[in-house]
Write a protein that binds this ligand. Structure first.
Ligand code: 1GP
Length: 237
């Protein structure tokens, strides 16, 4: 099956999607079976794996083990080309289009291309847009780029539109992991009214109401990392 087609199909049917983001650095393989059972009990539709700076080397092993007990598609969400594993199903091939650092606009992608060519991974071109969130997040620090002012709806919109025109298949509005403030709903609303491709929203969403609000504003898929990491029963409340 084609993961991107399923995402666009869900958008057409107004079926909202939910990804749980797992950071390999924060996972203890010994505790993985419990984590997987919690994911299976949650409303998650996708698993994202990645982080701004992953240092551990358990990626392949982690994915193989998840796949033994979980049917959800696994999508890589890499901070750099070292975070590629052919055990996953797909990869968000990201360009940090809110920033002006060529490393994250094209350099990493050039390095990743020959590696990806040797895999069966489904490649999903994604315009990645970092929005100011009240605190300096890891994405900002690692990418050395300035996020878009959270009040500058016009710039956020133009950036998303440019991404769509460049051929991006998804737009990811990112406040950054552990963000103080999530992406403004007004911004999600404005962008979703003006582009056709599916919109992913993540960063700083800490409760079920926050997820609902993002959906109602036009998010097609919400990404939850920290809140689930801190509380595996997050979805039960
Ligand atoms: C980060 O959007 C994701 O890339 C998730 O962020 O950890 O704040 O949920 P949180």
């Amino acid at each position: 099956t084609n993961i991107y087609n399923e995402i666009t199909q869900s958008k057409v049917e107004n079926q909202k999607l939910l990804a749980i983001l797992l950071d390999p650095d924060k996972i203890v393989l010994e505790n993985l079976s419990i984590l997987i059972s919690k994911i299976n009990l949650s409303p998650a539709t996708h698993i994202f794996i990645g982080g701004s700076q992953v240092t551990t080397n358990i990626l392949d092993e982690l994915i193989v083990q998840i796949k033994q007990n979980c049917k959800l598609p696994i999508i890589l969400f890499p901070g750099n080309p070292s975070q590629i594993s052919d055990k996953a199903d797909a990869i968000l091939f990201l360009a940090l289009i809110s920033g002006r650092n060529p490393d994250f606009l094209i350099e990493h992608q050039v390095k990743a291309a020959p590696i990806l060519k040797k895999t069966q991974l489904e490649i999903i071109s994604t315009g990645y847009i970092l929005i100011e969130s009240g605190n300096e997040t890891a994405v900002e620090r690692v990418s050395k780029t300035k996020p878009i002012d959270r009040n500058n709806l016009d710039l956020a919109l133009s950036t998303a539109e440019a991404g769509e025109m460049l051929g991006n298949k998804l737009i990811y509005l990112e406040a950054g992991s552990g963000a103080k403030q999530a992406v403004p709903l007004e911004m999600i609303r404005k962008i979703s009214h003006n582009i056709e491709i599916p919109i992913l929203v993540g960063g700083g969403i800490v409760d079920l109401q926050g997820i609902e609000n993002a959906y109602n504003a036009g998010a097609d898929l919400v990404v939850i990392g920290t809140a689930f990491e801190n509380n595996n029963n997050f979805f039960k409340v």
